[in-house]
Unconditional design. Structure first.
Lengths: 114, 110
């Protein structure tokens, strides 16, 4: 059971380039999330998904798009990267709709935009 | 709107000293509160949640609705407790929206 995995682990982009971050989970979880972690700002929710084929905006969605074509995968896209998107990105998943449920996190992707 | 406040970015304590990581929240309903921990070079993971009323690695946290607080406590700090600690709140609303605090770095001095 790998849990939540993220690809890639590190990436350096130039301003204006695009890329996709892949999150995969093998726990059959319904809910998946993308966060960014910045010093002094903690974790902020970018987008989330409550099930296959559905996505919704979180707290800081601008500049990002997501897709959930398969239940186990949640993709985060940057169409035109900006230096302000330099951050560590975490994917998470949880099983149920209950607010008491635990979120399981991936190892993170460190993205630098020059 | 739901909000989580962790007033200390860094907390340094000596090994064997008591630890209290502060967390205050703002939410109009009945929240679910969590503490997550991130050890160096490891992923973020759940430490404990108030609904379980459990003690994990010697840590406890009590939900005080009057003071809207969920402070994390441990009577005797260990070096391996050094990590980033995040307080989180889930307010329900039909989906599991979780709001995280900015985190407190706990440094246990040998």
């Amino acid at each position: 059971n790998a849990g939540v995995t993220q690809t890639p682990k590190f990436r350096v982009l130039k301003t204006g380039q695009s890329m996709t971050l892949l999150c995969a989970q093998d726990m059959n979880h319904e809910y998946m999330y993308w966060y960014r972690q910045d010093p002094g700002m903690g974790l902020r929710l970018i987008h989330y998904s409550v099930g296959e084929g559905t996505t919704a905006k979180g707290e800081v969605p601008d500049g990002y798009n997501v897709s959930r074509l398969k239940k186990q995968n949640f993709l985060l896209g940057l169409e035109s990267a900006a230096p302000s998107q330099t951050s560590v990105y975490f994917c998470a998943s949880s099983y149920s709709v209950g607010s008491t449920d635990t979120q399981y996190f991936g190892p993170g992707t460190r993205l630098t935009v020059l | 709107a739901q909000r989580v406040t962790q007033p200390e970015k860094l907390l340094s304590v000596f090994k064997g000293a008591p630890v209290e990581l502060k967390c205050n929240y703002s939410y109009s309903g009945s929240p679910e509160l969590f503490w997550y921990v991130q050890y160096s070079r490891q992923r973020l993971q759940l430490l404990l949640r108030h609904i379980s009323r459990e003690s994990i690695k010697g840590f406890t946290a009590d939900l005080n609705k009057g003071e809207t607080s969920f402070h994390l406590k441990k009577p005797f700090a260990q070096e391996e407790d050094s990590a980033m600690y995040y307080c989180a709140l889930s307010g329900g609303g039909g989906y599991q929206k979780v709001t995280f605090g900015i985190g407190t770095k706990l440094q246990v001095i040998p």
